[in-house]
Design a protein around this ligand. Structure first.
Ligand SMILES: Cc1ncc(COP(=O)(O)O)c(C=O)c1O
Length: 382
């Protein structure tokens, strides 16, 4: 297996993707959630196949994609998303899926429960639908995070009927234990609420995660009754630009009224890539997950050496580190100082909602060398 993180800085600077092209040439990007990886051979071959066939039309039959996803889910998590009379639908990306689903479930002005500090795009997605974020902050963030079940109960009792759950949690990397998910499902059932589970980071749970990933629709009968899950190969296989996500319900009739034209939104290249990733891209993914887990230890060491004032508790999934920079005295948005004086771009903590002030999110989905350079640049900003 070639080392997936072997792209050089020179090669990466040529990328036209957001992470690399939307920063000035002297800035090292460690912000938006793209990895600096060489594409999985299976995915590259599938894209070559599409090119060879000149097969660039509209998205086709969803069945090969949903079957490939179901096979991956069965083998990886022991969950069969095709079980129980539910249905899978394709969307162009997770943002598209969540917005279509929320749009069908809500009226403008409705509250939607989220758990900050949380994936920053949840806020503009809700704002675009004129929905009101009802924040139930994560507890014990310094120890890795925990769902506030009492807070969720209060929010549901206050009348909120939709939960947008980020599982695993971005930016904390927290992997929810089954008991917490089961308790949330009971609460949602009791209050007639729907849980939309954004599970985009699920395939990137680290091999050493104590709990392992528990898919929402595998938690319990209650969870299946109240839930809609959204998956995509786009984070794990780094194919965000290929535009493909899968929405899943486990119960007949659970889907809200989703517009017909949604079926035309995914990209056919995303379909090629997804089938290959879920079927033949598993060894590559295992190597990436192993290296990401290794990076967390190295990152903790680097921070202790160069930035002892930063508090970091490694999460158990994905490649995003939530850094508590409050002791550095850089104000609400330390990422602004790191950018201005260190020429390294992190994501600004305040954009992640309540509890984000004084924090920044670092993307360590890169080579060890570039991760070390990011930390050195942060230290130089002080
Ligand atoms: C939790 C979460 N959901 C959704 C997305 C966006 O996914 P997509 O590009 O499929 O809309 C991201 C991207 O980082 C994410 O972290």
């Amino acid at each position: 297996m070639t080392a997936p993180f072997d792209l050089t800085l020179e090669q990466l600077r040529e990328h036209r993707s957001a992470k690399w092209s939307r920063v000035p040439a002297d800035v090292l990007p460690a912000w938006t959630a793209e990895m600096d990886v060489r594409t999985a051979p299976a995915v590259a071959d599938a894209l070559q196949l599409a090119i060879g066939r000149s097969d660039f039309g509209y998205a086709g039959d969803p069945a090969p994609v949903t079957q490939a996803f179901a096979g991956f889910a069965r083998d990886t998590w022991g969950w069969d998303p095709a079980d129980g009379g539910g249905r899978m639908r394709l969307f162009s990306d997770v943002g598209h899926a969540v917005k279509e689903i929320l749009g069908a479930l809500t009226q403008p002005g409705d509250p939607v429960i989220i758990n900050p500090p949380v994936y920053l795009s949840f806020y503009p997605w809700l704002a675009g639908l004129r929905l009101t974020p009802l924040e139930v902050p994560m507890l014990d963030v310094a120890s890795g995070g925990r769902l506030d079940l009492d807070g969720m109960a209060r929010a549901l009792t206050s009348g909120a009927r939709v939960v947008l759950l980020c599982s695993p949690h971005n930016p904390l990397g927290h992997v929810y234990p089954r008991e917490d998910l089961a308790s949330l499902a009971e609460l949602a059932l009791e209050h007639g609420a729907v849980v939309v589970a954004d599970e985009i980071h699920a395939p990137l749970v680290h091999p050493g995660s104590p709990t392992g990933f528990v898919p929402w629709l595998s938690v319990s009968d209650a969870a299946r009754q109240v839930g809609i899950a959204v998956h995509s190969p786009s984070k794990a296989w780094n194919t965000a630009g290929l535009k493909l996500a899968v929405g899943i319900t486990a119960v007949e009739g659970r889907w809200p009224q989703i517009r017909e034209e949604v079926d035309w939104a995914p990209s056919i290249l995303g379909q090629y890539a997804a089938i290959a990733a879920y079927t033949d891209g598993r060894d590559w993914l295992d190597e990436v997950r192993r290296q990401l887990q290794e990076r967390t230890t190295r990152l903790a060491d680097l921070l202790a050496e160069h930035l002892p004032g930063v508090r970091y508790r490694p999460g158990h999934s994905s490649y995003l580190a939530w850094l508590d920079c409050r002791e550095l005295g850089l104000g609400d948005d330390p990422a602004a100082t790191f950018l201005e004086r260190g020429r390294v771009q992190l994501s600004p903590g305040p954009a992640f909602g309540a509890g984000g002030s004084g924090f920044a999110r670092l993307n360590y989905g890169t080579s060890e060398e570039l991760m070390a350079e990011a930390v050195r640049r942060m230290a130089r900003a002080l």
